[in-house]
Design a protein around this ligand. Structure first.
Ligand SMILES: [Zn+2]
Length: 432
């Protein structure tokens, strides 16, 4: 599938996009993470200015382990050039920062209003087989390739590109722009940002988180809870097992329990059929332990996560796991009092609940022209914003099917659809 506009170089797409109602061929109808298709979105192209911004943002390697400062300074320069006053909210060691700015309402007010929120970090490309440099974005056949194109720098690029339009008319209520660090490793930046916003008395009424949803309004996602378990036993020659304590064996029993808990949820629920995986899941993703086959292992660490559907309390799930670990701990310490089993939280992202106010959902539906109300199985910062009392939905360009993958891409038509969304928001916000 190609169109005359779906050319292979940036120069070829420098012509401004056609109108949103263009009747050209639509995108290929890729399956989104919510199991739906993106057919029906506009086939128009984003403006060259938007594409330049997205390209610029993708060209910064903001893998979560790196600093994001260069990227956010570039964004802040643009905000400043447009007359805004960006606020940096750094992490503890100053190596990263959130960025925040408010376009006040026509009367100067900064209370209430609408927030557009996104994260600046991306996941690693380590070990992935890319056909092009992940940090040198490239257009091929109507798609923009590069790490972070769909998750989620296109959304940020569209905001920066459309700033002049957002600023061209007096606003009935303020528009807040928020970018965070460390979303991909536990949503740590958003927690710091929310605290700073509260300290400054800024409390948006509504929020749109621009994670990839194929520009459909998403009113619910699962929670994500990450933990590490460290089992310490006692090393011994494997011919003398009675003098050692095998940490791997206790870890294996703990892992088997977590699997049984996952099976219980898979088979007996509770269920929420609005999710493509309609129950709470658990996964052990990392195990490390032992040094040699003829040595009783004195250490074994493993990391696991579980993701709860709305209505399942994560505290109740971890309480059962903790309980089981307590039983195992008693047992291992009967073998040797110095042995231990320790549970450490690594990160927690609250779920986004569809309960409560519907204003953000209804506005997103109005602005996208679609009555869809969907769910996604991945976690986002939206749950944190909702917990802070901000009525929040997830709605952004692209599909998470391509997020985190080698050869990550976003359809150009999705970037254009996001431009339409922000233009509709600007019209909605215009005073009178
Ligand atoms: Zn993301």
């Amino acid at each position: 599938m190609t169109t005359s506009a779906a050319a292979t170089s940036n120069a070829a797409i420098s012509a401004d996009r056609t109108s949103p109602s263009s009747t050209g061929p639509t995108s290929a109808g890729t399956t989104s993470s919510a199991g739906t298709t993106s057919a029906g979105t506009t086939s128009a192209l984003p403006s060259s200015r938007t594409l330049e911004w997205v390209n610029k943002l993708v060209s910064f390697d903001t893998t979560s382990r790196n600093s994001n400062l260069q990227l956010i300074h570039t964004m802040a320069e643009e905000l400043t050039a447009r007359g805004l006053t960006p606020v940096f909210v750094p992490n503890a060691d100053g190596s990263k920062a959130n960025l925040f700015a408010t376009i006040p309402a026509h009367d100067g007010s900064v209370t209430g209003g609408i927030m557009l929120a996104g994260h600046t970090d991306v996941v690693p490309v380590d070990g992935q087989d890319w056909a092009s440099d992940p940090f040198t974005p490239e257009v091929r056949e109507g798609k923009l390739y590069g790490r972070g194109t769909t998750d989620m720098k296109a959304f940020s690029g569209v905001i920066l590109s459309l700033l002049p339009e957002l600023l061209s008319r007096p606003l009935a209520e303020p528009l807040h722009l928020a970018w965070t660090y460390d979303e991909e490793v536990g949503c740590h930046g958003a927690v710091v940002l929310l605290a700073e916003m509260a300290a400054r008395g800024i409390h948006p009424r509504l929020s749109f988180v621009g994670e990839p949803t194929s520009m459909r309004a998403v009113s619910a996602h699962k929670s994500s809870q990450l933990y590490r378990v460290s089992v310490s036993g006692l090393a011994a020659h494997s011919s003398m097992t009675s003098t050692g304590v095998n940490a791997i064996e206790y870890a294996a029993r703990a892992i088997a329990f977590i699997r049984s808990l996952a099976d219980e949820h898979r088979l007996s629920g509770p269920f929420d059929e609005s999710f493509i995986v309609p129950y709470t899941t658990a996964n052990v993703g990392v195990v490390e332990g032992g040094v040699a086959v003829n040595t009783v292992a004195d250490r074994c660490d493993f990391e696991f996560e579980f993701r709860t559907i709305p209505g399942v309390n994560p505290d109740a799930v971890i309480a059962r796991i903790d309980d089981h670990l307590g039983t195992l701990r008693d047992e291992i310490q009967r073998e040797n009092p110095a042995a231990n089993i320790v549970l450490m939280p690594l990160g927690s992202v609250p779920g986004l609940s569809p309960e409560g106010p519907r204003e953000a959902l209804e506005l997103a539906q109005q602005l996208t022209g679609s009555s869809a109300e969907e769910t996604v199985v991945y976690a986002t910062e939206a749950g944190l914003f909702q917990r802070a009392g901000i009525d929040t939905v997830v709605c952004g360009p692209g599909s998470m099917d391509q997020g985190h993958t080698a050869n990550e891409f976003i359809e150009l038509s999705q970037i254009a659809a996001c431009e339409d969304f922000l233009r509709a928001l600007a019209a909605h916000l215009a005073a009178n």
